[in-house]
Design a protein around this ligand. Structure first.
Ligand SMILES: NC(=O)c1ccc[n+]([C@@H]2O[C@H](COP(=O)([O-])OP(=O)(O)OC[C@H]3O[C@@H](n4cnc5c(N)ncnc54)[C@H](OP(=O)(O)O)[C@@H]3O)[C@@H](O)[C@H]2O)c1
Length: 240
């Protein structure tokens, strides 16, 4: 294992430990928007193993709707390796899965079907309209009037799920919101030895749809660097 469960802060119900994990190319790209499957996976098998390990250490996994709509993660996340680690740690084998959407549509709901651990949590705002029959597939939680209030999402996860560790995997748009609200404690970032390049709107970088004002640039402390083959596994703490 690259990181051990004991390497990560325990977190508490009052102050959960919130971390993220991304894989990026050397030119900072985390996805090619069209034809993404031809470019995926960005990282190696080892990177995928590390991703599974980091998931296993968490009490809940959060995705934004953009990421959740890409693939039915509900089934893929709960793989035998994840279950084995969680069992060895005395955790429930199934990792709770939460998705945030202000406009949940049928595609999103269909991707959240067949969750192995009961139902996925779908956070939305009080005013959003949700497709019929959603309650067959998800547990809906409304937080925020016109838009989801992500601090309330965190409060819900600590109070109702008793989550002390929260893994927020993004994607880049949701990551930007978490950074803006100063909710992220640490970033795990794999740098894959590739360069995708870019044309307008054809790729996504680590943070999208947000340019931080110069006085609010996110500053990081490098906590560790590990090299496996040509990949770098970086761990950063947010300067607060
Ligand atoms: N390389 C990597 O490590 C990595 C990791 C994760 C994801 N990805 C890639 O990233 C892509 C998706 O990224 P994305 O940026 O398009 O989508 P995203 O960050 O996964 O989801 C963003 C969407 O979540 C909803 N949302 C709800 N509350 C929000 C809030 N407070 N702030 C921001 N968004 C909120 C909005 O959609 P609604 O209209 O539904 O409200 C928003 O458009 C996928 O292709 C995925 O594969 C790559």
């Amino acid at each position: 294992m690259l990181y051990k469960n004991s390497d990560l802060p325990k977190g508490s119900l009052k102050k959960p430990y919130i971390y993220t994990n991304f894989v990026s190319t050397v030119d900072g790209k985390v996805q090619v928007v069209t034809d993404w499957k031809s470019y995926w996976p960005i990282g190696s098998e080892t990177d995928h193993k590390v991703l599974t390990e980091l998931r296993a250490f968490s009490d809940v996994l959060i995705h934004g709707s953009g990421t959740a709509k890409l693939s039915p993660f509900v089934t893929k996340v709960q793989n035998p390796y994840l279950k084995k680690i969680r069992k060895s740690l005395g955790k429930n084998e199934i990792l709770p899965y939460a998705v945030l959407s202000n406009n949940p549509d049928k595609k999103l709901i269909s991707h959240l079907k067949n969750y192995a651990g009961g139902k996925a949590l779908l956070f939305t705002s009080k005013k959003s309209i949700v497709p019929e029959d959603y309650d067959l597939h998800v547990n809906l939680v409304r937080v925020g009037q016109d838009k989801i209030d992500i601090k309330e999402v965190v409060n819900y996860l600590t109070t109702k799920l008793k989550a002390k560790r929260i893994l927020m995997e993004g994607g880049p748009t949701l990551f930007g919101s978490f950074l803006e609200k100063e909710l992220i404690d640490e970033i795990f970032l794999t740098v894959a030895p590739k360069i995708f390049g870019n044309e307008t709107e054809k790729t996504l970088s680590l943070v999208e749809n947000r340019l931080f004002p110069k006085e609010k640039v996110i500053n990081l402390n490098l906590a560790s660097v590990k090299q496996i083959g040509d990949e770098l596994y970086l761990r950063y703490k947010l300067v607060k």
